[in-house]
Ligand binder design. Structure first.
Ligand code: BYC
Length: 312
């Protein structure tokens, strides 16, 4: 039996990606492709799991039964998204228990946005609208990427996020068109979430360390700045329509391209937050750790009966 040299395998792999073929778990792939995807999907799964915490903590305080039901359903969906994504990451060979342990001991990352406090009900509205809206932009792009299991998981997740976005938008519209106190609460929450949302898509392209390799292998069809621009084009007109005041006083449109030009967020703050030193990092991770420890009896019981979910 003849085996291809590493160089020939890489060449064949890149030719498949150029043709738009999907890479599947059993296929040959460069180690770096596997590592990059594992990192990315693991971080994404962590974000879904951690993202359930700020919203979950607001369930008891939701104003009314209908809002409470919608929020419970959303939180349940987010945990389900984590489940799908951990399974997609497991297809690359990393066991889930290792990924969860890295999350709770702080050695793997999750989205910057979940390290900020949700001070009022209006923050929940902003997470549902701005952050779920940003996630949809990101995931609609990433689902066309080259790794089959990630793309398929994202397709399903994005479908559910569309409901979350509607829920978030409805909350924002209610507050933005409500009483003076509601409008003020909405504006204050919007001010808090504008900059973290700008950071959601990652550092500017010139500072991005992974974009080049992810683009070479078709994992990330658009760069961080391109994704941010798509979000701005979609959201700024809606924000203006609602009469919300954008805290970036330098925001304007480039007269030649029509692109939005933003004032750069505080990227030092971003790097502090994603490396564990944001306003809520310790509290959020402590809660996640507690949940993990308190759930150990259930994992043991499932393991004994061989009922723990496995990657496909
Ligand atoms: N937060 O080279 P770069 C949701 C890190 S959940 C934290 O540009 P890349 C929801 C990056 O990892 C959906 N870290 O990276 C849930 C790297 O650090 P390492 C969340 C970030 O990968 C519940 C360094 O910065 N979505 O919506 O090319 C309720 C340099 O960055 C962030 C995802 O996770 C960040 N925002 O591109 C409601 C999307 N940005 O690894 C809502 C999936 C960058 O070298 N991820 N870093 O230590 C992606 O699409 C890409 O990873 C990114 C960054 C576009 C975010």
């Amino acid at each position: 039996m003849t085996t291809l040299s590493d160089e020939a395998q890489l060449h064949a792999f890149e030719a498949r990606i150029a043709r738009g073929d999907k890479v599947e778990p059993g296929d040959w792939m460069p180690d770096r492709y596997r590592q990059q995807l594992t990192r990315l999907i693991q971080q994404h799964a962590n974000s879904e799991l951690m993202g359930a915490l700020p919203e979950g903590q607001w369930i008891p305080y939701a104003p009314g039964f209908k809002r409470k039901m919608a929020l419970i359903a959303k939180v349940q969906d987010e945990v389900g998204h984590a489940q799908l994504l951990y399974m997609a990451a497991e297809t690359l060979g990393k066991p889930r228990v290792e990924m969860i342990e890295e999350l709770i001991n702080g050695t793997s990352k999750y989205s910057n946005v979940f390290n900020y406090p949700c001070e009022t009900w209006a923050d929940i509205a902003m997470v549902g609208w701005l952050i779920d809206g940003a996630a949809i932009v990101n995931q609609t792009i990433m689902q066309t990427g080259s790794y089959g299991p990630y793309g398929r998981a994202l397709k399903r997740i994005t479908y559910e996020e569309a409901f979350h976005l509607k829920q978030g938008y409805d909350l924002v519209v209610t507050l933005a068109t409500g009483t003076r106190a509601q409008r003020d609460m909405c504006q204050e929450a919007f001010n808090r979430w504008w900059w973290p949302t700008m950071m959601f898509f990652g550092p500017p392209d010139r500072q991005s360390v992974h974009t080049e390799v992810l683009q070479r292998w078709g994992v990330k069809p658009k760069t961080n700045d391109e994704q941010r621009q798509i979000w701005l084009q979609k959201f700024v007109p809606k924000i203006e329509e609602l009469g919300l005041d954008i805290p970036d006083k330098g925001l304007h449109r480039d007269p030649d391209t029509g692109d939005y030009v933003i004032t750069q967020p505080d990227w030092d703050e971003f790097f502090r937050v994603i490396n564990g030193d944001g306003p809520m990092n310790r509290e959020r991770l402590a809660l996640r750790r507690l949940i993990y420890e308190e759930g150990s009896w259930l994992r043991t019981a499932l393991e004994k009966r061989d009922l723990l979910p496995r990657a496909a």
